[in-house]
Each structure stands twice: as C-alpha cells, then as structure tokens.
Design a binder for this molecule. Structure first.
Ligand code: FMN
Length: 196
C-alpha cells in the first residue's frame, strides 16, 4: 500500500477542496492517505476579521495539522498552497522551515513529490508558486513528478508543472478535478514503480 501525504495550506478553502479531491481519488486507488492542513500562523484577530477566512478556519478546526513526521512516514508527498504575490504562503513556508532536522537525517529524500496551487487570476503567479515548491523538493533530494502533458486531458487545464486553480474563473471545476485526479494517479503510479 503506497503511503501518500497531502500537505496544504488554505485560507479560503480552495486548496482544501483540491487536497480533499486528491485524497479521495488516492484512497479509491488503494493508497493509505494522510490529509494534513498546515497550522495557521496568522494572528486570530486577523483571521476572524475576514469572513471567508474565519469560516474556513472554523470548518477545518477539528482536522489534523501537518507535522514533520507526515513527510518522513510517506512514500509520496503532494504539497499545496495558495499563491501569495507569486509565491507560497508564509504558513506553508513555516511548516517547511520545521523540517530541518529530518532534512539533516536524509529522511526527506528519495520520495515522490508534486505540488499544486490556486490564485485569484490566470497569470497571477501559479507557475512560480508551483515551481517554488519544486525547488524545495530539490533540496530534499526528492523525486519530482510533474504532470507534464502526459495525458490528453492536460491540454484542457494546460499546466505541466502541477495543478493550478484560478479562483476568479471557475474554481475547482470539472477540468480542475480531472487534472487533480491525473496528478495524484501519476504520483501513485511512479511511487509504485519505485517499489512503494
Ligand atoms: C496576501 C495575498 C496575496 C495574494 N497574492 C496573489 C497573487 O499574487 N496572485 C493571485 O492571482 N492571487 C493572489 N492572491 C489570491 C489568492 O491566491 C487566492 O485567494 C488563494 O489562492 C485562494 O486559495 P485558498 O482558498 O486555498 O486560500 C493573494 C491573496 C492574498 C491574501
């Protein structure tokens, strides 16, 4: 059974919906899945001052938060974050910054990695955000599995780096779900080929 961790940060629920879709698809394919939200680091008064942010935070309050062990445990990791000025969220980066001891022990290496994002606008920085996560995976010694155009459906969402959802244009629609299913299936297929 391939062990897959899906680790993401979401303020308003888009990355949460994307991660949940991949978790369901992976479980249907027999994988053991850890779906883990990254801990909120913004001050509570800031979160509570934004309606959509507060509502999403309340809806996931009882769900487990990501710990470093969730990567050490996994054969494959899919990481996701909304786009912030063309980069990953500080919340996801704060989680990544707790991984130093595992990195030092070599426990982040030799796993399959992929990433996903969402942004408000079409050219608002999805590629740079996804590639920022891929850069981190290089430092881990990870085996990066981008979707490329390895399936005809990739010509519909058009993102060979990972999966990106544009919240201002359709959000997590059928095209996005197809791309998410393709990404997680590809990650599991490669992990299995590597013996996981
Ligand atoms: C501080 C901040 C910076 C953002 N920067 C960008 C950006 O550079 N490009 C963009 O298209 N959207 C940007 N957005 C919009 C978010 O990317 C979008 O709301 C997010 O992807 C939604 O994901 P979530 O629902 O998982 O939180 C920004 C939002 C915030 C709050």
């Amino acid at each position: 059974m391939t062990k897959l961790s899906i680790i993401y940060y979401s303020s308003y629920g888009t990355a949460h919906a994307m991660a949940s879709r991949m978790a369901e698809t992976a479980e249907a394919q027999g994988a053991e899945v850890r779906l883990r939200r990254v801990r909120e680091t913004a001050p509570d008064e800031v979160v509570q001052s934004v309606e959509g942010w507060a509502a999403h935070a309340a809806s996931v309050a009882d769900q487990p938060v990501a710990e470093p062990d969730d990567i050490a445990w996994a054969d494959a990791v899919i990481m996701g974050s909304g786009t912030r000025y063309g980069h990953v969220t500080s919340q996801l980066q704060a989680y990544i910054d707790t991984l130093g001891p595992l990195w030092q022990e070599g426990k982040l290496a030799d796993k399959v990695y992929a990433s996903f994002t969402s942004s408000q606008t079409l050219h608002g920085g999805q590629e740079t955000t996804i590639v920022a996560m891929l850069t981190t995976f290089c430092h881990f010694g990870g085996i990066i599995v981008p979707p490329g155009y390895t399936d005809q459906t990739k010509f519909n969402d058009g993102n060979p780096y990972g999966v990106g959802v544009v919240t201002g244009q359709g959000g997590v629609d059928d095209t996005a779900n197809t791309a998410l299913d393709h990404l997680v299936t590809r990650v599991l297929t490669v992990a299995k080929r590597l013996g996981s």
